[in-house]
Ligand binder design. Structure first.
Ligand SMILES: CC(C)(COP(=O)(O)OP(=O)(O)OC[C@H]1O[C@@H](n2cnc3c(N)ncnc32)[C@H](O)[C@@H]1OP(=O)(O)O)[C@@H](O)C(=O)NCCC(=O)NCCSC(=O)C[C@@](O)(CC(=O)O)C(=O)O
Ligand SMILES: [Mg+2]
Length: 295
């Protein structure tokens, strides 16, 4: 899968949006069977998502994930059964709190014998989930990343959501640290519910990126472009990274381990970070070339 920065939710019961979402430029789509679907619509949503996914996937279209209902709900088993045989990238598991339950889900998926390995993506959105996040991240080899659900989390800890998000700083930082310690990819940040506030979306995404997140959950097509842009390295960042890498490699070959570039100290970790920026750029170029070839 290409580097997945933009993860678009689509309500499983909304046929119109379901049919459209594959053509959007998101990196991944999450077909939702949980909170975006009313209780009375759960069966129809499951059926619709199954139909849409079974119809197949165009080359280059977003990777496909299904958010099932939580494991302690009466919908969970049927949700999981319905995901068999539809070429799924992964299952997003809401209200993930219990590492043992995740191991059970792993066993269920192994029993289904999917054609390719199905990822489990725990959505951390409760105090208990955050407290157990490291054990959750280590509970299955299918887990490649965690996601953050800020709305349920704020509800659970009785916090008030504010535009600057100070009340979520601890949780966000904890998820970044836990992901790193568990050896999985950087986490994916929560949705930004105010569709019309693009400046607010950009600010929140920039802050998440600064903390170490490498993608964001989205709810509306208008959020894809701004979020993708924040996560892509800027031309200034790339230029600086090129200068750092070239100057430091020269210094290393002269036996020097610390230099200054643009008036700032450059040593090994600064060099490693600059290399990562250039690797990211080269991945973006490769993925663009592949998508151009397919057109
Ligand atoms: C908000 C709204 C109803 C507005 O729709 P409207 O149709 O009024 O909007 P319009 O502006 O008219 O749309 C213009 C055109 O785009 C099309 N269009 C819009 N959205 C589209 C889309 N998603 N996919 C494809 N197409 C789309 C639309 O069909 C139209 O197409 P067309 O008719 O051709 O013009 C819609 O976006 C929507 O349903 N969003 C997803 C909601 C959802 O899944 N929630 C659950 C996930 S969060 C959660 O669970 C919180 C969390 O768990 C996790 C966390 O925080 O991390 C926690 O605890 O915190
Ligand atoms: Mg939620």
């Amino acid at each position: 899968m290409r580097q997945a920065r933009t993860w678009m939710f689509v309500p499983g019961s909304d046929r119109n949006k379901l049919e459209k979402v594959d053509r959007l430029q998101a990196d991944a789509v999450i077909y939702d069977l949980e909170d975006a679907v009313a209780f009375g619509e759960k069966d129809i949503a499951r059926q619709l998502v199954h139909e849409v996914l079974q119809a197949g996937r165009a080359a280059g279209s977003p990777a496909r994930y299904v958010r099932v209902n939580a494991m302690d709900t009466p919908y969970f088993e049927e949700d999981i059964r319905s995901t068999w045989g539809i070429g799924l990238g992964g299952i997003v598991l809401p209200k993930a709190e219990d590492p043992k339950a995740i191991a059970r889900l792993d066993a269920i998926l192994a029993g289904q014998q999917h054609t390719s390995p199905v990822e489990i993506v725990p959505l951390i959105e409760t105090a208990r989930g955050l407290y157990q996040a490291y054990e959750i991240a280590r509970a299955s080899k299918r887990i490649k990343r965690l996601m953050f659900g800020s709305i349920d989390f704020a509800l659970d800890i009785q916090a008030q959501l504010t535009p600057d998000g100070g009340e979520l700083l601890y949780a966000r930082s904890q998820l970044v640290v836990v992901s790193r310690a568990a050896g999985i990819e950087a986490p994916i940040d929560a949705v930004f519910p105010n569709i019309r506030d693009t400046a607010g979306l950009i600010r929140e995404t920039q802050r998440a990126k600064q903390l170490g997140f490498r993608g964001k959950l989205l709810i509306h097509p208008c959020q894809i472009g701004p979020v993708r842009e924040v996560f892509a390295p800027s031309s200034e960042e790339v230029l600086e990274a090129e200068q750092i890498v070239s100057a430091f490699q020269e210094a290393l070959s002269a036996g020097i381990g610390s230099i200054q570039v643009r008036g700032k100290m450059v040593d090994t970790p600064v060099y490693e970070r600059a290399k990562r920026v250039l690797e990211e750029v080269s991945r973006l170029i490769q993925s663009k070339e592949k998508s151009d070839e397919r057109k």
